[in-house]
Design a protein around this ligand. Structure first.
Ligand SMILES: Nc1ncnc2c1ncn2[C@@H]1O[C@H](COP(=O)(O)OP(=O)(O)OP(=O)(O)O)[C@@H](O)[C@H]1O
Ligand SMILES: [Mg+2]
Length: 362
């Protein structure tokens, strides 16, 4: 570290040294008021140490210097008769108080270091886990695609292909779906997953709504959507909304209603996907955002669900510093994706043009 860097890093200590020397000079020059600058020195040292927990060696050196400096002046004045001998006891008393403070601060420092170490270890473990998830999913993709291709060729080559081939193709599709979901989930946990743009909320949600209303016959409704700009990653936001709308379609029939709407509250916007389907049992509400969690696993499996859609939605919400919540009381379900960064005025970031022409995420 350069000298100026060192001086800048130690400016509080240097300021204290100046303050302590001024008080020490006052002790020398005004014996009548001596105990006041004496206490100023010790109290300021204790306060300073509370902010800067020095290494033990440096701490003991400073303590020795202060005890010696103040003790010598009082001792001298006691000999001169301008100070009571009893005042000399203040020096070991103040040193003891300071040492008690050092003991507590050191214990706190050790606890803080341990917390930081555990947090770093956990972060690296999570990172390792996500990388493994990503690599395994990636490696699985190719063999699944090749096996599927061979089975399709067998199907085409035979006039009466055995039904087992269709079952095997279905299962491979399921594996491919899981792999795609896992890959997306692994990416969604990375800090660079999101690329922020200004999204004109009304046309964006209208576009998502139009695409889905053509996928399945339902009583589709586009509710109120506030005009304004949302700072978000359009690809990720669409992925999250697709997962919520896909769930709504999966758990409803043609006679049911699915509604997409949004509501602004200050700088946040709450995007809602609600349906009047069978709802989610209360005891499952807490765990449906976990990986591989399904409220009714046998029915979800029939539909090809693996229980990763909502984990992806939550990871996307988190990457936007937002949240996703669910409400379901007996009948019907409402998922609310709450995101910050909404303004009812045009934004300043590059504007998202509504076309998903960028590189595919999966
Ligand atoms: N709109 C809904 N109505 C009723 N149940 C729902 C609804 N949305 C989600 N669920 C329940 O929550 C579970 C978890 O949903 P999630 O999207 O995470 O997984 P999935 O749909 O089973 O599989 P995936 O989305 O990975 O293909 C579902 O299995 C289902 O039981
Ligand atoms: Mg789903």
């Amino acid at each position: 570290m350069s000298v100026t860097g060192w001086l800048r890093a130690r400016k509080i200590e240097l300021a204290w040294v100046g303050f302590a020397l001024a008080n020490w000079a006052a002790m020398l020059l005004t014996p009548d008021w001596e105990t006041i600058p004496f206490h100023f020195i010790w109290v300021s040292l204790t306060i300073l140490y509370g902010y800067r927990v020095w290494r033990l060696k440096a701490t003991y050196l400073v303590l020795a210097a202060v005890a010696l400096g103040t003790g010598v002046v009082i001792l001298n004045d006691a000999f001169q008769g301008s100070q009571l001998w009893g005042e000399l006891f203040e020096v070991p008393l103040m040193s003891g108080m300071f040492l008690a403070m050092v003991w507590h601060a050191q214990r706190r420092q050790i606890a803080l270091n341990e917390t930081a170490r555990v947090a770093a270890e956990r972060a690296s473990l999570l990172d390792h886990q996500e990388r493994l998830l990503h690599d395994v999913s990636h490696e699985l993709r190719t063999p699944v695609t090749i096996a599927r291709g061979h089975l399709e060729m067998l199907q085409l080559a035979s006039d009466d292909p055995p039904p087992e081939i269709a079952v095997a193709v279905d299962e491979l599709d399921r594996i491919a779906h899981i792999v795609d979901r896992l890959l997306l989930l692994a990416k969604a946990e990375r800090p660079d997953f999101v690329a922020f743009y200004d999204i004109d909320l009304q046309p964006f949600l209208e576009d998502v709504f139009m695409r889905w209303s053509e996928v399945a016959p339902r009583n589709w409704r586009l509710g109120e959507v506030p005009a304004g700009t949302l700072v978000a990653d359009p690809q990720a936001l669409r992925t999250a909304l697709d997962a919520l709308l896909e769930n709504a379609v999966d758990h409803t029939v043609a006679a049911n209603t699915i509604e997409l709407s949004a509501e602004a509250a200050g700088s946040e916007v709450a995007i809602r996907v609600s349906d009047d389907g069978p709802g989610i049992p209360a005891d499952a509400l807490d765990r449906i955002f976990e990986r591989f969690a399904r409220a009714d696993s046998s029915r979800s499996r029939e539909r090809g669900g693996v229980g990763l859609g909502l984990a992806i939605v939550e990871a996307i919400a988190r990457a936007h510093h937002g949240r996703c919540s669910v409400a379901s009381a007996g009948q019907g379900t409402t998922f609310t994706l709450t995101l910050p960064g909404f303004e009812d005025a045009p934004g300043e970031l590059p504007k998202f043009d509504g076309k998903f022409s960028g590189p595919a995420r999966v």
